[in-house]
Design a protein around this ligand. Structure first.
Ligand code: GLC
Length: 746
């Protein structure tokens, strides 16, 4: 009887919730429709017009007053935000509030590590906290819409924007996308501390030809569906408020004019009801693409494809009235776009509360925020090498030499897309090590090179003179922020300037050499790796990067980061990524190296497999790689089934033991290989990961639940289905090692 009562209560509750949601949607629809009904065509076009607020705002005020702007970018002084909002809300005819936007990509004032570094944490819950503090800081400056997360799958380190991505893997990017959307948007988008998220760039932008930004992409639909679209679908399912179209033309169609993508996949299939915003000028760039004849044609193609808001090109505000008057587009098409914008503004609560509370206690740079930034930086650092127990620094160390262009680079350490971060707040390694450990060891500092491209070796003698006096050398090298990010692509991802020579002379001192690399991408570091006793990859670690690195170097924190992207041995290996297909002639690993090739060799003596004569087929480091100060042992891999139906869930367990002498956190990774399919399948795919902290000798059981559905893919008939067949599971510390077992789907 008791159970019956519970079930009845739950049923009534579900009806109440459903009807409440229905009523809410009905009420929202009524508000949108009534607002829309009072608008002129020009005012409707105005809502679709997004302009930059930098520079003089007098002209902006005129346009706002006329109702010709719906959203303003890059105004972050709350007093000015409120002044402009007052004009829209009180002086324009419609009284529709503006929505203010900014690229809050990895923090607002408190800069978090770049997203590629955040991905290396494999810690979505922590990344969500980072996004939350970014939203708190941005909203207190008047920003209610961020152009992030950037969730382009990126397999090409020549592309500068790999820095903004979460790397090469779809599953990891999905987890990070949802974490950032939830962190930005909070529990209720109308909360003044909530910020609308924008999943970008839709779609496939990370595969620009040759790694050259803005270039064409050639992704067939199956790969779009299996690799590039899933993170966006997950973001939409997490109620991401907006989507930004990408600059690239894929298969000949610019994303901003791609109806199948915007109206077909995004709206029809995924039921997305947020805003689709173009990327900067990408409406009229369709003319340059040769996809639109002129500005009017570009405006027509974009709005008919399903674009709602025109970022900065002014093509909508300048052409929509004429397009309607001539019957080229319908007012319904215009109304649909305006509804999406009004819905966002209602959901943000802007109609009820359009202003930023400038008297509220500021939380920017609070201790809590700085602590979260430090934690993310700590967990983002990847230990690539640690020989002779170089790290953590022994208490016997009495003096250290800090050297290198990134040792005291408050601007570069913050990385690309640092719109509001303040360099004077940056905790550089030099600053942090002196503050935190200057009472324990003598800290000497000779920069050696002023910046990453510096070729001037005149201070190398000073470096060597100081190096002879210390117990250990810590070199901070990498790349300046300006060499990373949008439009900053490299044909060769080597270390710039005289950094390699610096490492070479330091290794010649025979002092323990620790090399810390700060960069927005994988760099070619083979030689520096060989010459160093220990190597830490810190990405661009943000405001608190120095504190995080100091605690890692002295062992207060054990590094746990894992590579979210494959590290090539040479630029020529790109694209190189772990979840590739096998090909008909995969490299065997037994191929001869260049030096082993005999003279006058006959045509076929080297065999016939897919690899490079000079560098083989293996990367320098695989996806998921990262060492610890301790060591972990895996055992007892078990599954609760060996045969599944397509509707089953497989439970997989493994034991992990800390077999070293330091407490550490391991990112246990689950990879699945579909050994045979109606189309060729990736040799393995990440399908789960868990962070576990273990003290020395502690052992834990780690359990994964894998539903068969997660093994579905777009098959030969372009249907997303689970296919029967044999599968291999591998669980381990990276994508190339671990324990294996098999199961079958009948
Ligand atoms: C840029 C970027 C995009 C950014 C937008 C606004 O060109 O491609 O990611 O959000 O313009 O700054």
């Amino acid at each position: 009887m008791y159970m019956k009562k519970i079930l009845c209560l739950l049923y009534l509750l579900s009806i109440f919730c459903f009807s409440h949601a229905q009523n809410e949607n009905t009420y929202l629809k009524q508000k949108i429709d009534s607002t829309l009904s009072g608008m002129t065509i020009r005012e409707k076009a105005g809502q679709l017009n997004q302009l930059d607020g930098r520079g003089t705002i007098e002209n902006l005020k005129i346009l706002i007053r006329k109702g010709e702007i719906g959203s303003v970018m890059n105004v972050t002084e709350p007093e000015i935000v409120n002044e402009l909002q007052e004009i829209a809300y009180k002086q324009s005819r419609t009284g529709i509030p503006l929505v203010f936007t900014r690229d809050v990509v990895h923090g607002f004032k408190t800069m978090l590590p770049i997203p590629l570094g955040q991905a290396a944490t494999f810690h979505p819950e922590l990344i969500q906290k980072g996004a939350r503090i970014a939203a708190i800081e941005a909203t207190e400056h008047g920003v209610r819409w961020s152009f992030a997360p950037m969730i382009d799958i990126s397999r090409d380190a020549r592309w500068g924007r790999i820095a903004e991505s979460f790397g090469e893997d779809t599953y990891l990017t999905e987890q990070m996308a949802v974490a950032v959307v939830n962190g930005f948007q909070g529990d209720n988008l109308s909360n003044p501390q909530s910020m609308a998220a924008c999943a970008k760039h839709f779609i496939g932008y990370g595969t620009v030809e040759g790694g050259r930004d803005y270039n064409s992409t050639h992704i067939p639909e199956r790969q779009l569906r299996d690799v590039y679209l899933p993170p966006f679908e997950k973001a939409v399912k997490a109620n991401c408020s907006s989507i930004m179209t990408s600059f690239n033309d894929n298969d000949g169609i610019p994303a901003t004019g791609n109806k199948k993508l915007l109206k077909g996949i995004l709206r029809k299939e995924w039921k997305f009801d947020g805003v689709v915003v173009s990327d900067w000028g990408s409406v009229t760039e369709m003319i340059k693409h040769g996809f639109a004849e002129d500005r009017k044609d570009a405006a027509r193609k974009a709005i008919e494809a399903g674009l709602d808001m025109d970022m900065s090109s002014k093509a909508f505000i300048q052409n929509i009235e004429e397009l309607i008057a001539k019957g080229i587009i319908t007012e319904e098409t215009l109304d649909n776009a305006v509804r999406n914008v009004l819905r966002l503004k209602f959901r943000l609560g802007l109609f009820d509360n359009p202003y930023t509370d400038i008297n509220k206690k500021k939380e920017t740079y609070s201790d809590k925020h700085l602590a979260i930034a430090k934690k993310i930086a700590e967990e983002s650092v990847v230990l690539l090498k640690n020989e002779n127990r170089t790290l953590p620094l022994s208490p016997k160390i009495k003096s250290i030499l800090i050297v290198g262009p990134l040792s005291d680079a408050p601007h570069d350490q913050l990385g690309t897309w640092t719109m509001d971060g303040e360099t004077e707040r940056t905790q550089t390694p030099v600053k942090a090590l002196r503050e935190m450990y200057g009472d324990k060891v003598e800290i000497h500092f000779v920069k050696g090179l002023e910046y990453s491209r510096d070729k001037n070796k005149m201070n190398f003698n000073k470096v060597l003179a100081k190096a002879s006096q210390v117990d250990v050398i810590i070199a901070f090298i990498g790349e300046e922020a300006i060499l990373s990010g949008e439009a900053h692509c490299l044909a060769d991802i080597k270390l710039q300037g005289a950094q390699s020579e610096l490492i070479k002379i330091l290794s010649g001192t025979n002092k323990p050499l620790i090399t810390v690399i700060m960069a927005g991408r994988p760099l070619i570091i083979n030689e520096e790796l060989n010459l160093s006793d220990a190597v830490l990859y810190a990405w661009h670690p943000g405001t608190m990067g120095g504190n995080a690195l100091a605690d890692i170097l002295f062992g207060k924190t054990t590094p746990s980061g894992k590579l979210p992207v494959t590290f090539p041995k040479a630029t020529g290996q790109i694209p190189i990524y772990y979840n590739h297909t096998n090909t008909g002639r995969p490299a065997t690993g037994k191929e001869k190296s260049l030096d082993e090739i005999p003279l006058n060799a006959k045509q076929s003596v080297l065999g016939h497999s897919s690899y490079y004569l000079d560098l083989g087929a293996q990367p320098l480091f695989p996806f998921g790689y990262g060492l610890s100060y301790t060591s972990f042992e895996y055992s007892d891999l078990k599954t609760d089934h060996t045969v599944l139906t397509p509707n089953d869930t497989l439970s997989i367990s493994v034991k992990v033991k800390n077999t070293g002498q330091y407490k550490g956190t391991e990112v246990v990774q689950l990879y699945v290989s579909d050994l045979f399919g109606s189309v060729t399948r990736p040799v393995k795919e990440l399908k789960g990961f868990k962070r576990i902290e273990l003290s020395p000798n502690e052992e834990k059981m780690v359990v994964f639940e894998l539903s068969s559905y997660e093994l579905s893919f777009w098959n030969i008939n372009m249907k997303k289905e689970v296919e029967p067949g044999k599968f291999k599971i591998r669980i381990g510390t990276d994508s190339q090692s671990g324990l294996e077992t098999f199961f079958e789907i009948k």
